[in-house]
Design a protein around this ligand. Structure first.
Ligand SMILES: [Mg+2]
Length: 227
């Protein structure tokens, strides 16, 4: 088996990158959305509850851990993609912002530009933008598919300035480390229960559940690099 190309770009991404108005020389914060800017797990739990399901948080995985309330039988892995698609269809517009995210990014925006890099279908992009901007998170959103190293590398080439990357999923952090090693990588998991299930990602520089702590880390790195 060959490992995935760290610079791979999903076909929908180049056109979205071309729409961005990025300032060359200004630091860039690339942030994931689910479990970083919005409370993915809490939204998922609300959705599961309404559908007579629950998530058994015994490990950091969705597949195998979503169970029927009555029988405790897990939803079979082959039914998971459809379940998640229905979840995003019904819940994306009303996921709650993570506490402190809007204030931290507003403050950081004085010194850096912000792009949201979120794995979701292109058809959901508008809904995600509207949900975020209604909660004080008015930033461009790129709807990605797959690992994030490729898009982050392209973004880094556009700005030629310090790049920060935040994500809850270790494979995305490793992908960015491989594609653009100079990036500052924050392993951010908003939900404390999930954070406890998963230690710091090996290719991250900082691990937190707290936007104030993430902001302090970013500000310190910016100052160290003269921004
Ligand atoms: Mg995420």
């Amino acid at each position: 088996m060959t490992s995935p190309d760290p610079l791979a770009l999903h076909e929908s991404v180049p056109a979205q990158l071309a729409e961005l108005r990025l300032e060359r020389g200004r630091p860039l914060i690339v942030t994931d959305c689910d479990e970083v800017l919005v409370e993915f797990l809490k939204g998922l739990e609300r959705y599961l509850e309404a559908n007579n399901l629950w998530i058994d948080l015994q490990s950091f995985a969705l597949s195998g851990n979503i169970k029927h309330r009555d029988t405790n039988e897990p939803v079979p892995p082959k039914e998971m993609p459809a379940l998640l698609e229905r979840f995003f269809d019904t819940e994306t517009h009303r996921l709650d912002a993570v506490e402190g995210a809007a204030d931290a990014l507003a403050e950081l925006s004085k010194r850096a530009q912000v792009v949201v890099l979120s794995n979701l279908p292109l058809t959901q992009r508008r809904t995600r933008i509207d949900n975020l901007s209604a909660q004080g998170l008015d930033y461009p959103v790129i709807a990605n598919q797959g690992l994030k190293g490729g898009p982050v590398r392209k973004l880094a080439e556009l700005v030629e300035a310090p790049v920060f990357f935040l994500d809850d999923l270790p494979p995305n952090i490793s992908s960015v480390a491989e594609a653009y090693e100079p990036s500052h990588r924050i392993h951010f998991i908003a939900d404390e229960r999930l954070a406890k299930l998963l230690g710091p990602a090996k290719d991250s520089h900082f691990h937190t559940t707290d936007w104030n702590a993430a902001k302090a880390f970013i500000e310190e790195k910016l100052a160290a690099e003269g921004f």
